[in-house]
Design a protein around this ligand. Structure first.
Ligand code: HEC
Ligand code: HEC
Length: 380
């Protein structure tokens, strides 16, 4: 009881302080001190009933990656809380940045900027990845440094260049907002706000972002009857033995839980980001990065850990002509495809038609459902 009074005093002091400044002189500007209310459906969206389809659950390729935490633990109220938290700028120190500022729904929760901007003017040095299909991902970030979403979701909130919020102060801040106590109560049975519950809500929401409805998926079901000649050619090139795209971007999720060196640099550490090599100090890890899923790749430009390529055509040209001979270049990117790493890179010399086909094929992996699903959109 006593604690609650303190929150309101704090909140009030904040408002008074701000009113004393420039609020009235700039009526057109969005006001970070103004509390916006989320608009939520009366009956929550049925997050708890929307698991992966059977074709995914029975996929032998995906079975290799396990399948943690799909529906387990997801409740409609828990994911609803997570949706609000994910899109709420109040989770940042100055109320200007939400998870969704960088992870934008229309881009499959990636950011079209090379380096996203958080609350400071320092752009992040890695490109913001799309967010989906976490059932199959245990390790997170481009260098796979974090195990489990539970250990990840608070990090951007506390990061000085992302949301810059002092984590210890977050529960009190949220509890003082008019809409959170009821959301926490619906999710957990009582209105207490704490970091474990914030984590749990965000994790439930992230696990609810499942992407399995692309033109490619429709093609799997109807033998690609609706694919254009370009797309069919691109599909063939992607799965062909010489390109080996599908040997790293594997399964119907087009990804791997392993990290590989795909030959962007001779010396990644010298170029500014050694990836896993910066964590282990091993030369054989220099430039080893997560094998990003190619699902939704047509929506998540720019590309690679540093966003160096702005179009898929640039990516395809890179793999065809410009892979660098790194001392530990993955063997799949050299002619024989086996043997020790660090061989001379292959020269695919793809034709113009093959390049355009590959780009067209990659676009068939875009999911037009998740980018418009109101259950995943901002409620503010
Ligand atoms: C200022 C931009 C920014 C904000 C805000 C932000 N992120 Fe991110 N996010 C990134 C970047 C950049 C990465 C990649 C960092 C890396 O790999 O080192 C990332 C990575 C992630 C990943 C790992 C994805 C993967 O495939 O490995 C998850 C999950 C994630 N963010 C969730 C969140 C959540 C939840 C929030 C809000 C609490 C949030 N992010 C806020 C920029 C942002
Ligand atoms: C040896 C394994 C390997 C092979 C083979 C491979 N890739 Fe990749 N791919 C990766 C890795 C690892 C990354 C991330 C590298 C980075 O960001 O530094 C990546 C990144 C990408 C990206 C950008 C992903 C993003 O979210 O930014 C695209 C697109 C891509 N690959 C397409 C292809 C295509 C097309 C082929 C076949 C011509 C191919 N890859 C072959 C391992 C591979």
């Amino acid at each position: 009881m006593v604690r609650k009074v303190e929150f309101w005093v704090l909140a009030l002091t904040g408002t008074l302080l701000f009113t004393g400044c420039s609020k009235e002189q700039q009526p057109g500007l969005e006001d970070p001190e103004e509390v916006r209310l989320p608009s939520l459906p009366e009956t929550p969206y049925p997050y708890s009933e929307q698991g992966f389809p059977e074709s995914w659950q029975n996929d032998p390729g995906l079975a290799l990656f396990g399948g943690t935490g799909d529906l387990a633990g997801i409740t409609d109220a828990g994911a609803t809380l997570g949706r609000v938290l994910f899109h709420d700028t109040q989770l940042s120190a100055d109320n200007t940045v939400s998870c969704g500022s960088c992870h934008q729904q229309e881009h499959a929760f990636a950011d079209p900027a090379v380096g996203s901007l958080g609350i400071t003017s320092t752009p992040l040095h890695r490109n913001t990845p799309g967010l989906f299909n976490f059932r199959y991902q245990r390790r997170l970030f481009w260098d796979l440094r974090v195990l489990g979403l539970e250990n990840q979701v608070l990090q951007p909130i506390g990061h000085p260049d992302e949301m810059g919020m002092e984590l210890a102060a977050l529960p009190d801040k949220l509890a003082s907002l008019p809409y959170y106590p009821a959301l926490f109560e619906a999710a957990f049975g009582d209105p207490e706000v704490n970091l474990e519950r914030i984590t749990e809500g965000l994790v439930q929401f992230l696990r609810s972002i499942r992407s399995f409805r692309s033109r490619y998926d429709a093609g799997l079901a109807n033998d690609f009857a609706d694919f254009t000649a370009d797309e069919l050619l691109g599909k063939e090139v992607f799965f062909r033995g010489d390109t080996r795209c599908n040997q790293c971007h594997t399964s119907r999720n087009f990804f791997s839980n392993q990290a590989f060196i795909n030959g962007l640099e001779l010396d990644y550490a010298a170029a500014g980001d050694g990836g896993i090599g910066d964590l282990t100090g091993a030369a054989s890890d220099d430039g080893r990065f997560k094998t990003a899923s190619l699902r939704n790749i047509g929506l998540t430009a720019p590309y690679m850990h540093d966003g160096r390529f702005s179009t898929l055509r640039e990516v395809v040209d890179f793999y065809s002509d410009n892979i660098v001979q790194h001392p530990y270049l993955d063997e799949r990117l050299s002619d024989n495809g086996i043997g020790p790493p660090g061989q001379e890179p292959y020269q695919l010399e793809l034709s113009e038609l093959e390049r355009e086909g590959l780009v067209a094929f990659l676009h068939t992996l875009s999911d037009t459902v998740i980018i418009a699903d109101p259950a995943l959109s901002s409620p503010f």
